[in-house]
Write a protein that binds this ligand. Structure first.
Ligand code: PEP
Length: 252
């Protein structure tokens, strides 16, 4: 069975001291909680300090982005190898904020996926449609393009380290969550795409997280859906109490 994952994307928030305070609070409350994979993604500058606070706990560290080169003349960028060196196990790739604000394309995202896996890190690939795409009935096409583009040239073996996050752009940071049924429909479609691209085993084993205004009040219904294996959480991951409640979800 797929182990659930609750991942907190802290985005551009928290100084090193604030990040350490939150990760220490989470460490204390979730010290022995093994039923769910718990992941937190602070900003680059906090990674090593946060890594120290979560050492010997089940909480795993993620970066929010990487550059698809090991080293070299790429001013301002950070490589997957460097993230591993800083204590990361996961990297969020292709978040819609980066797709929109920084114009990241599926082929650039695919390069990041490949380099991340080569470095021994696990990518969390974000995909999702905008409101306009949904209203124009383009949602399934958009998801198919992003899945096929993002996962191009990956092997079935590599897929065992890949996590997908379905994040409808209209639900991110807006307070509007997809209904349980809308989310399940998209997740089931994505799983079907994975079966077509890889194998039935890969499709069954790959974790697909939902993201978009997940909160303590809606997590239980979402997590009860057959194809929802966890959540990628922005706003509600910044408060220890809320994030702990998400990790301790109870299927409705
Ligand atoms: C996100 O940033 O991935 C996200 C889902 O944000 P929020 O939970 O705030 O909607």
């Amino acid at each position: 069975m797929r182990k659930p994952m609750i991942a907190g994307n802290w985005k551009l928030n928290k100084t090193i001291a604030e990040a350490c305070e939150l990760s220490s609070d989470l460490s204390k409350c979730l010290a022995n909680f093994e039923e769910v994979d718990i992941v937190i993604a602070p900003v680059f500058t906090s990674l090593t300090a946060v890594a120290a606070t979560i050492k010997n706990t089940p909480i795993k560290l993620a970066a929010q982005n990487c550059y698809p080169e090991e080293s070299g003349a790429f001013t301002g960028e950070v490589s997957p190898l460097m993230l591993k060196d800083a204590g990361c196990e996961y990297v969020i790739i292709g978040h819609s904020e980066r797709r929109q604000l920084l114009e990241e394309t599926d082929s650039f995202i695919n390069q990041k996926m490949i380099k991340t896996l080569e470095a021994g890190l696990k990518p969390i690939l974000c995909i999702g449609e905008t409101l306009q795409e949904r209203e124009n009935d383009e949602m399934l096409n958009v998801l198919a393009t992003q899945i096929k583009g993002g996962l191009a040239n990956l092997s079935a073996t590599q897929m065992s380290d890949v996590v997908i996050a379905y994040e409808p752009v209209w639900a991110i940071g807006t307070g509007k969550t997809a209904t349980d049924e809308q989310a399940q429909e998209a997740h089931s479609f994505i799983r079907g795409l994975l079966q077509g691209m890889f194998t039935q085993e890969v499709a069954f084993a790959t974790r697909i997280l939902y993201g978009g205004s997940v909160k303590p009040t809606n997590v239980d219904g979402l997590m009860a859906q057959a194809d929802i294996d966890g959540a990628l959480v922005g706003g509600a991951s910044l408060k220890a109490e809320d994030f702990i409640r998400l990790v301790r979800f109870e299927k409705a």
